[in-house]
Design a protein around this ligand. Structure first.
Ligand code: HEM
Length: 423
């Protein structure tokens, strides 16, 4: 942890008695009350705590939903659309909070990731913090994918079929692996039950990794918009400064979340998912949830065999997984020693081109892989990898960064000496 471990100054004798024997309260005091945070954090630093709150919301609403849900292929659809949505008191609210909560959670985490990319928060000494973040992202994706299957609507069924089938592209063992994943020869009840089990388990694994994420964060403290290393003078206690700022951010976020839950609860739900799973009725366009669309576009962009050895389907699967796993290597792919894009005139532009590139991928992923959509997806896929594997290492070496301030006060007061108080 950064700084000395300070014992929480409890007046209450019971709390002091507990804390002397099990210092969890002092631990929370050090991490959440007196934790020294940079003075200059902007609102982009709100998204980590918002993501943490959404993780708790998803776990709590999920646990109550499970009390009314039936994980069986012949009953799952009715238990959600019939029972939870219509019979259970406030069941509709729980379900809409959970289903829209997943979208909100991803939106927050994507903003959180792009904040890290802009301000170079993945660079030394925060490499492991970043890598734990990528682990969380992969776990979130697995959790969301399996959760989407649980209502057993027709899109749930076909999304599960398409995605699990990807593993059949693995040479030699592919088909065996897919049969093993399904627990049979098609997506069916055994698949639903194991997805249910894992969907319940993984959020707790995510919780544990988030704990490590915070431990790693507090080892060196937060990065900041200037990306420079700070002295103790440039820091302020987390409480009340950032607890208040986080509360404000939470209030704004709840307006957005509430808007979807109460006014547009089905905005993110595919109409096809209001039909029960039907192996005999393949939807015209099988599309995943919006947060998977860029990766889905990369998967379908590889329509040609690669170097005559890698068949197109396997190539697509490799490209899709590579697009996530490349993030693990970012701390070493970015060769610049300057963290914040504010002082990196070329990287700043590349960052925005990447944002547009990911949006283009998302748009292509929502459309059929043909004509211009396919061409655009292929160009955007190529650019995605060129950004990380070629431009990042090169620009880091070639770009001439702007002069960095030596302290937080310099950009505000200039390099001039601080005015002295009157005698
Ligand atoms: C369940 C998901 C996640 C939760 C709850 C979470 C939570 C947090 C919190 C509370 C912070 C400190 C506040 C802040 O800087 O915003 C933080 C910082 C950070 N997180 Fe996450 N995080 C999550 C996912 C991720 C992911 C997916 C990545 C990257 C792939 C990531 C990378 C980082 C980095 C680099 C920092 C340090 C930022 C800085 O100091 O500039 N996090 N995270």
């Amino acid at each position: 942890m950064s700084g000395e471990f300070v014992k929480a100054p409890f007046k209450n004798v019971v709390l002091r008695w507990i804390d002397d024997r099990l210092p969890v309260l002092s631990w929370a005091y050090n991490e959440l009350v007196i934790y020294p945070a940079p003075r200059n954090l902007n609102y982009w630093w709100n998204f980590g705590s918002l993501a943490g709150i959404m993780l708790v919301v998803q776990i709590v609403t999920g646990i109550v939903l499970v009390m009314h849900y039936t994980p069986h292929a012949s009953m799952a659809f009715d238990s959600v659309e019939g029972h939870i949505m219509r019979d259970v008191n406030w069941g509709w609210l729980l379900r809409y909070l959970h289903a829209n909560g997943a979208s909100m959670f991803f939106a927050l985490v994507y903003i959180h990731i792009f904040r890290g990319l802009y301000y170079g928060s993945y660079k030394a000494p925060r490499e492991l913090l970043w890598m734990l973040g990528v682990v969380i992202l992969v776990l979130m994706m697995a959790t969301a994918f399996m959760g989407y299957v649980l209502p057993w609507g027709n899109m749930s069924y076909w999304a599960a079929t398409v995605i699990t089938n990807l593993f059949s592209a693995i040479p030699i063992f592919g088909d065996t692996i897919v049969t093993w994943l399904w627990g049979g020869f098609t997506v069916d009840n055994p698949t639903l039950q194991r997805f249910f089990s894992l969907h319940y388990l993984l959020p707790f694994v995510i919780f544990a990794v988030v704990f490590l994420h915070l431990l790693a964060l507090h080892q060196f403290g937060s990065n900041n918009p200037l990306g420079i290393d700070l002295t103790a003078k440039d820091k302020i206690p987390f409480h009340p400064y950032y607890t208040v700022k986080d509360m404000f951010g939470l209030s704004v976020f709840l307006l957005v979340y509430g808007f979807f839950v109460f006014y547009a609860p089905n905005a993110f739900i595919e109409p096809v998912n209001f039909e029960p799973a039907n192996p005999f009725r393949t939807p015209a366009h099988i599309v995943p949830e919006w947060y998977f669309l860029p990766f889905y576009a990369i998967l379908r962009a590889i329509t040609f065999d690669f170097l005559w050895i890698v068949p197109a389907k396997l190539g697509g699967v490799i490209a899709m997984f590579a697009s996530i796993f490349v993030l693990f290597f970012l701390p070493w792919l970015d060769t610049s020693r300057v963290r914040s894009a504010r002082f990196r005139p070329v990287y700043k532009w590349l960052f925005w081109v990447l944002v547009v590139d990911v949006l283009v991928l998302g748009y292509c992923g929502a459309n059929p892989p043909e004509g211009w959509y396919l061409v655009a997806a292929q160009i955007a896929t190529l650019y995605y990898f060129v950004h990380f594997l070629v431009l990042m290492p090169l620009v880091g070496k070639l770009e001439r960064p702007l002069p960095l301030p030596t302290s937080l006060r310099e950009p505000v007061l200039g390099a001039a000496p601080r005015p002295q108080p009157a005698e």
